[in-house]
Design a protein around this ligand. Sequence first.
Ligand SMILES: [Zn+2]
Length: 413
Amino acid sequence: MVRLQTLQTPKIKRNAKEREALYSQVIEMMAIPGGSGQEAGIAEYIRSSLLAAGAEAAAIRFDSAHRRTRIKGEVGNLIYRMSGTLPRAGTTGVSAAHRMLSAHMDTVPICVGSRPQRKGQKVTSLDSHTGLGADNRAGCGVILSTAIELLKQGLPHPPLTFVWFVQEEVGLQGSRFATTSLFGKPRVAFNWDGGQPAKMTIGATGGYRMVIDVSGIAAHAGVCPERGVSAIAIAAVAIADLQANGWHGSICKGKRRGTSNVGVIRGGEATNVVTDQVFVRVEARSHNRPFRERIVQEIEKAFKRAVKQVKNEQGQIGTVSIKGHLDYESFCLKPTEPCVKIAESVICAQGATPISAIADGGVDANWITEHGIPTVSLGCGQANVHMVTESLDLAQYLLACNIGLSIAQGFGA
Ligand SMILES: [Zn+2]
C-alpha cells in the first residue's frame, strides 16, 4: 500500500557559512564582464561551477541561439538538465512534474567592468561610472546555487531544466531563438530577473514594430508642383488620420487599451523638390493580442487611404510599403495557473508575501510562455537596474535563493 504523506513546504535555513558562500559567489559573478553577445566568460564560470559540484558534463549543453540572434554572439543559451529523483506519486505537497528555472546572463553595457563592493547587506559598484550587474547575475546566482545545492546535498527533486539565457537586454533574443527541444518537456517555468523576490510578474505587454516606406513622385516644387506626388503629404495625411480617430498615442476603444507611436519620420532633401521618399517607423503595443493586431491594421489602413488621397494633375498616386515584425507576444497568466500557484505558495513558505504584477515591457517570460511553457518571473533583490546606482540587497537575494531551492525540490504543489 502506498502511504500518502502530507508534506508542508519547509522554510529553508542556511547557516552563516552557507550564506557567505552564496554572497561571495554572486559577487564573483557580477565582476565578470559580459554584455549582450559576450557571455562566454560568465557561461564558463557557470559551467565549471556545475562540473565542480558534480554535474555530468554531458548534461550541460549550449544551444545555437547566438547564430540566429540580431547580433552575433560568442555563445548560445546554457542548458543543464537533471533527471528527477522524486517518486512519481505518494507525497502530497510535492510535485514530480518537470520544472524549468531560468535567468539571463548578459548585462547592460554600463555594468561591464563592474567592481562590486559590499557594505553590510548591500552591494554596489565601486566606480561611480559603472553599474553593478546584479541584473542579472543575481538571477544567474539564484539558479546556479540551487543546482549546486541539489548536487552537493543529494536532495530529492523532480526533473529539472536550468537555462541561462543570452542576449536578453537587446530584445529577448536568447529566449526567442532558444532550441526548446533541449529543454525536455517542462510543464512550468520560473525566471529570475530584476526586482523583489516576492514580486511575481505573471504577464507582460506585447510589442510590434513597423517600417513604412512611402513613395511619391518627384517634381520641381516651383515650376510644376502639380506633376509631383508628395510623400511627406501622404505621411502627414495618414498620421493626422490616426491622431483624429484615436489610433495614435494612448488608445482606448471601449474596454480595450493599447498604445501606438510614430517614433521616426525621415525624408526630403530640399524645399524646391516635391519629396518622393519618406521613411516612417511606428510601434504598437497592447496586453490584448487581438487588439494589438487591430491597432496594426488601423495604421496600415490609414497609410493606404492616405496614398489614394494625394494625387497629381494626371491622377497619379504614390505607393506605400509596410513591413512589420513582432518583437514579443503579450501574455497574462491566470492566478490559477500551476506556476503561479507554486510560486505563491513557496514565497509564503519562505516567509514573504507574494504580490502579482504585469510588466509594461517585454521579459524573457514572454518568449518562454510563447514556446508553450507558462512562466512566472521573480526578482532577486536588485534595485535601480540599468543605472550606476544599481544595488543588490543580500537579505533579499538570500530569500530569492531559498525560493529557488524550494521550487527546484518540487515544493508548492
Ligand atoms: Zn534583466
